[in-house]
Design a protein around this ligand. Structure first.
Ligand code: MG
Length: 298
């Protein structure tokens, strides 16, 4: 199942995407006057986990023909990030693809243990929302297409073999980075946290739809030119390892987002570097997950 958050006529809602149509679950629930309790935002649904998914299936079945009245073409809605109000910072894995680690420096740059930083919550925007270029602050705005995990259940000390039980689904993140600020300030936080620099979505695909998250093609295009092309099997640290390591001493919460790192081909990796310019269109596509497109402010 594919879940999305979106706006119709200026009201925020969420629903499922089926055959290219967005079904407004909040509107549908009000209309059918169902006695099942139902969350008003997707984050609450994610917190309820598999029971929520079962309930959505029941509702769609029960609603029958009514579903059509609450189905919208993409052109009628405004996409939001699937989780518009993330509860805490986006957790990001750095240098998790060997070829990217090398393009950022040398063989010595390949991490021996997992490297983690975060992006502030103010960075999150949805599919097709504008990304600010912050030209007064940075001349080196860069893109990083990444597979992201959405945590579905609170957990601590999660062993790798149980990690899947704690995943709700997968989405796409573009970890946009101001390279000059990343370098200038000794931690990454400022360079990774400018407003609108975490496009996310368009949807969260539930884990049952992805047989193996480590065999997905991932491609980033800038104005249709392919810059990054890889497969998630190239990750140095796997998703179960990442979840297990993070949760050793830190409780993971439902709704946490973990971006799993980017492959080679970022702007900084070119000689000379090819950073983002005003009006550029950045498109990150991941097999079975979707295509996330954002334009830089013109
Ligand atoms: Mg990244």
């Amino acid at each position: 199942m594919k879940f999305a958050s979106f706006k119709i006529n200026e009201s925020e809602t969420y629903g499922v995407v089926e055959q290219g149509l967005l079904i407004d679950l909040v509107g549908l629930m009000k209309d059918i006057k169902c006695d099942l309790s139902f969350p008003n935002e997707l984050l609450q649904g994610i917190e309820e986990g598999e029971e929520f998914i079962d309930r959505v299936l029941q509702i769609l079945r029960k609603a029958g023909e009514k579903v059509k009245e609450h189905s919208y073409e993409e052109s009628m809605i405004t996409w939001l990030s699937p989780v518009p109000n993330v509860k805490r910072n986006i957790i990001c894995v750095g240098k998790n693809y060997r070829d990217h680690a090398i393009e950022m420096g040398s063989e010595k740059e390949i991490p021996k243990d997992i490297m983690i930083f975060t992006k502030a919550t103010n960075t999150v925007v949805g599919h097709q929302q504008t990304v600010f270029h912050h030209e007064e602050l940075t001349q080196e705005l860069d893109y990083e297409g990444e597979l992201a995990v959405v945590i579905g259940k609170k957990g601590k000390c999660i062993p790798p073999e149980k990690a899947l039980d704690f995943i709700f689904g997968y989405t796409i993140v573009n970890d946009i980075t101001a390279r000059d600020l990343q370098k200038k300030h000794s931690q990454f936080f400022i360079g990774k946290s400018l407003d609108t620099t975490c496009p996310m979505g368009p949807v969260v695909v539930t884990k049952d739809e992805i047989d193996d998250p480590h065999s997905l093609n991932i491609t980033t295009r800038i104005n249709t030119e392919i810059r990054q092309q890889s497969n998630t099997r190239e990750m140095i640290f796997t998703i179960p390892y990442i979840i297990s390591t993070l949760s050793k001493g830190m409780t993971l919460e439902a709704g946490d987002i973990i971006a799993t790192g980017t492959p080679a081909g970022v702007g900084k990796g070119f000689s000379p570097p090819r950073f983002l310019k005003k009006g550029d269109i950045v498109e990150v596509s991941i097999e079975s997950v979707g295509v996330l497109t954002n334009q830089l402010q013109a």
